[in-house]
Design a protein around this ligand. Structure first.
Ligand SMILES: C[S@@+](CC[C@H](N)C(=O)[O-])C[C@H]1O[C@@H](n2cnc3c(N)ncnc32)[C@H](O)[C@@H]1O
Length: 330
């Protein structure tokens, strides 16, 4: 099959975060990037491709436009594309393009899962010094992979099968929890399970009887059986919500489900406040949920107030701005 002649529209964060995948697909002969289209054309050539403006698109021969942008930026590009009279059948988002060519039946997926399972095995057999070492942990997380939603560094595997985490935040949390003696753990909102697998590996290193309960309303856990084979502590309880565990006392509680204030405060009321050792909240600075009655930002502030007699820890690379993991020590 001939390689797709592709115009990549967008050269910002989304483009950068997907560069590795585009490169991989280029090497596999899936695509050839004809040009990069950008509004702010400040270079002639970038990553070996011509950089062009939207007015030059018709001067090139191409098969498909891949939109490398999110939200309002993506909408504005789609408007420009319609104005140029280009049909929707010749346009695809970078996420859909990645899904199409790096889906779960591809070699790319098999290699990614194998790499992640290798990282989990490294964690399971690591020394206490290694798992407590921030740089060692950062290196494992970079090798495991980060979902390509923001460029965080050069040496990171960006893959749609990675974790939605900021490397340093999650590494900080991992080093911290690796020192806790946890027997029972519950994560409310596991999604693909990519963070759960790492946290389960860390917590089960010495505690072979550990149960790591994975809670969600939808089962989208990635290749659960394959990861479960190396992490028998994983226990999938889907569909359930925190209500099903109301009053249960887990040593470790990780809350990362519905990010509205009403739902996340209920997760705290149902299980978070009953934790024996720690309760973690993901996204404590995620202001994108503020419109949901204050969102998770409001919940974290309220929880800190409700637990002002306890110790708190925060792992954040963007304090008060984005992401962030908050911990209550019980
Ligand atoms: C942000 S994702 C979780 C990400 C995951 N913890 C990680 O670190 O990769 C949020 C998940 O919460 C789930 N969810 C939404 N509402 C929920 C609820 N009321 N109870 C449990 N899970 C819920 C969604 O289906 C989604 O998979």
């Amino acid at each position: 099959m001939a390689a797709d002649r592709v115009l990549v529209w967008g050269t910002g964060n989304v483009y950068y975060a997907n560069c590795q995948l585009l490169d991989y697909l280029k090497k596999q002969g899936v695509l050839k990037i004809v040009a990069l289209v950008t509004k702010d054309r400040n270079a002639e050539i970038k990553d070996g491709c011509p950089v062009i403006s939207k007015d030059e698109i018709h001067d090139y021969e191409w098969d498909i436009i891949v939109v490398a942008a999110l939200g309002e930026m993506a909408e504005s590009i789609q408007r420009d594309i319609r104005q140029l009279g280009i049909g929707a059948d010749r346009v695809i988002s970078i996420w859909d393009y990645a899904k199409k060519h790096a889906g779960t039946d591809t070699e790319y997926y098999r290699q990614t899962v194998a790499r992640q399972i290798d990282v989990l095995k490294q964690i399971l057999s690591a020394s206490d010094e290694q798992v407590g070492d921030f740089d060692w942990m950062c290196a494992r997380i970079k090798e495991y992979g980060i979902f390509p939603f923001r460029k965080q560094g050069e040496d990171i595997l960006y893959t749609q099968y990675g974790m939605m985490q900021v490397v340093e935040e999650f590494a900080g949390l991992c080093c911290y929890i690796s020192k806790l003696n946890i027997q029972t753990a519950i994560e409310i909102g596991v999604n693909a399970g990519k963070s759960s697998y790492i946290m389960c590996a860390l917590l089960s290193r010495h505690n072979h009887g550990l149960k790591y309960t994975c809670v969600d309303i939808y089962d989208v856990m990635d290749s659960f059986d394959m990861y479960h084979a190396v992490l028998p502590s994983l226990e999938k309880q889907i569909p359930t919500t925190s209500e099903d565990y109301a009053g249960a006392g887990y040593d470790f509680v990780f809350i990362d489900a519905d990010h509205s204030y009403d739902a996340s405060i209920m997760d705290w009321q149902n299980v978070g406040k009953f934790a024996n050792k720690v309760t973690c909240f993901h996204d404590i600075y995620a202001h994108e949920y503020d419109s949901l009655n204050g969102g998770i930002v409001r919940t974290w502030k309220e929880v800190m107030e409700l637990t002002k007699n306890k110790k708190h820890k925060v792992f954040s690379s963007y304090p008060d701005q984005w992401m962030g993991i908050g911990v209550v020590e019980h």
